[in-house]
Each structure stands twice: as structure tokens, then as C-alpha cells.
Design a protein around this ligand. Structure first.
Ligand code: MF3
Ligand code: CO
Length: 294
């Protein structure tokens, strides 16, 4: 079939492990994907399509991930360090029977990413980084629970921030929400990017090109790569069961980034301008997107 795997018989058990007969489970979806594939469209391989059991597993992981972000929200204030955020994330996650996904991920030394002001992503929490009134900070949390991954991030304004900082934070959130609205079953993934850029473009902000969202569920980062600079009508088909993150990184100035930090992680805007990001995790259903983590 479309992914090179054999097709079960109508009365065989479905390949997804639901225990249902194929004709009562993925047959219809497979037929539609096969048609699209033959028409030259890019379609997801079936191992990327999450089953109801997978979605339930991710939902339980996301319960902790959302809980972490809710827990740190009222604690973020002028005078705290990003190291403290890391400790809160670690403690909450472990107390809830889960593991912070960033910890030791490809050598990442902490439990969460904290990216301040001109940092685009992958800021490393540190006792030397004190949050001051007027800063903006992204807290990017990812959790593993019972083998399922969840991932979302939020922006925080530290005390009173400038109008320009607040506008960047709010517009980036609107861009992420516009991306969510563009998740339509059987649509193209590029539609999400186009919706994001329509919002950011109106405000003269730029979308980072090198980073994007990603498939997620059984692994931290699965296919597809979710670009936020792609064009409408392009990219992979958003088949029901496809799970991915929507996490545009938006710069006040130019889109160019600086990846030369000797720590090997922290990414900054090349021109020193502010950067913001919001991230949610969704799964496509026949009725539209289901938001799993935020
Ligand atoms: N949470 C990031 C994402 O949204 C990934 C961070 S990788 C880390 O994809 F190692 F820096 F944590
Ligand atoms: Co992510």
C-alpha cells in the first residue's frame, strides 16, 4: 500500500492493534490514503497514525505536562532564576510518576528549556540567569509517562513588560491558534504554516525557518517535521491519527538565528531582537484537531 506495508484482509485484525476487524477500523482511512498517494500526494506511513489507546496514553502524559506548566505559572516573577524553574519542573514531574523528556536528551543537561528575551529556543536553566521585570521567557516542558511523550510551551511576561514585548508574545499566541484552526482532517500540513505566517506577517514579525514542530507520541521527535514557513496546499496530508506539535518561533526582527553558543544548545536571534514561542500538541481526528497538551 501507500507505505509499502501489506494490506490486511477485510476480516483480519486491523494493523493498528485495536483488536477490531480491519473493515471496522482503518480500512476506510487506508483506502483514502492510497488514493491520495496514487494521486501524487505525500501521505503519512501508518506507524505515525495514533490509535485510541495511544491517544489515551499521551493524554495521561500530557496531564502531567500541563500540570507542570500550571504549577510554575504563578511562581514566575522578578528575582527568580531559571534554575528554580528547572527544579520545580523536575520535582513536579517526578512526583507525578513521570520523567522530564529533555533531561539527558542528546546531552541536554536540564529538565526544561527556558529561553529569555532574544533567545529563540533551547535556553538552558541556570542559577546565573535571574529573571528581571520586563523580561519575556518561554518555558518549554516535555514529559514521558508510561512511554508516551507530551510537549508544550508557554510564554511568560515577567512583571510589567514593554508594549512591544507584550505584542510579540500575544501575536505569537494568535499565530499558534491560527495554526490550530488550520488543522483540518485530510488537509495539507502546509496550511498550518500559511495560517501562522498570515498572522505574523501582518505585524511585521518573522517566523524562524530552521526549527519547527514535529510528530510525537512514542518518541520525543517523530516525523513529520512541521515547518512554519511552508506554503498552503503543500506537505503531508493530515490524516486522522497524525499527532504533532504546533510551535512557531517568532522574531520581532529578522528571521535569522545564531546557533554558535558554545553550550551547543541555546539559539538566539541573529539581530538581537526579541523572540517568542508558544507550543501545543494536537492529534488530527475526523472531527478536527484534538489538543492534547498546551
Ligand atoms: N521541547 C523542544 C521541542 O519542542 C525540544 C527540546 S530538546 C531539548 O521540540 F533537549 F532541548 F530539551
Ligand atoms: Co516540541
Amino acid at each position: 500500500m501507500y507505505d509499502g506495508e501489506p494490506q490486511p484482509g477485510r476480516n483480519d485484525l486491523c494493523w493498528c492493534g485495536s483488536g477490531k476487524k480491519y473493515k471496522k477500523c482503518h480500512l476506510e482511512i487506508d483506502e483514502r490514503l492510497q488514493e491520495l498517494y496514487e494521486a501524487g500526494e505525500e501521505v503519512p506511513v501508518r506507524s505515525l497514525l495514533k490509535t485510541p489507546q495511544d491517544i489515551e496514553g499521551v493524554r495521561r502524559s500530557a496531564e502531567v505536562n500541563i500540570g507542570v506548566l500550571d504549577y510554575v505559572t504563578p511562581l514566575i516573577a522578578p528575582g527568580i532564576t531559571t534554575e528554580q524553574i528547572d527544579q520545580w519542573v523536575y520535582e513536579y514531574t517526578v512526583e507525578h510518576g513521570a520523567i522530564p523528556a529533555p533531561l539527558n536528551y542528546e546531552g541536554f543537561p536540564k529538565s526544561v528549556c527556558t529561553s529569555v528575551n532574544n533567545e529563540v529556543c533551547h535556553g538552558i536553566p541556570s542559577a546565573h540567569v535571574v529573571l528581571h521585570e520586563g523580561d519575556i521567557v518561554n518555558v518549554d516542558c516535555s514529559t514521558i509517562k508510561d512511554g508516551y511523550f507530551s510537549d508544550s510551551s508557554r510564554m511568560f511576561c515577567v512583571g510589567e513588560v514593554s508594549d512591544e514585548a507584550r505584542e510579540l508574545v500575544e501575536v505569537t499566541k494568535q499565530a499558534m491558534e491560527a495554526g490550530l484552526q488550520a488543522v483540518v482532517p485530510w488537509g495539507h500540513l502546509g496550511d498550518v504554516a500559511a495560517a501562522v505566517q498570515e498572522v505574523t506577517g501582518k505585524h511585521g514579525f518573522s517566523v524562524v525557518r530552521e526549527y519547527g514542530g514535529h510528530g510525537i507520541g512514542h518518541e520525543f521527535h517523530e516525523d513529520p517535521f512541521v515547518s512554519f514557513v511552508a506554503e498552503a496546499g503543500t506537505g503531508i496530508i493530515m490524516a486522522p491519527g497524525l499527532m504533532f506539535t504546533i510551535e512557531p518561533m517568532v522574531n520581532k526582527g529578522a528571521a535569522a538565528i545564531d546557533m554558535t553558543d558554545p553550550n551547543g544548545w541555546t539559539v538566539r536571534t541573529a539581530d538581537g531582537s526579541l523572540s517568542a514561542q508558544w507550543e501545543i500538541q494536537v492529534v488530527v481526528t475526523e472531527d478536527g484537531p484534538l489538543v492534547l497538551s498546551w
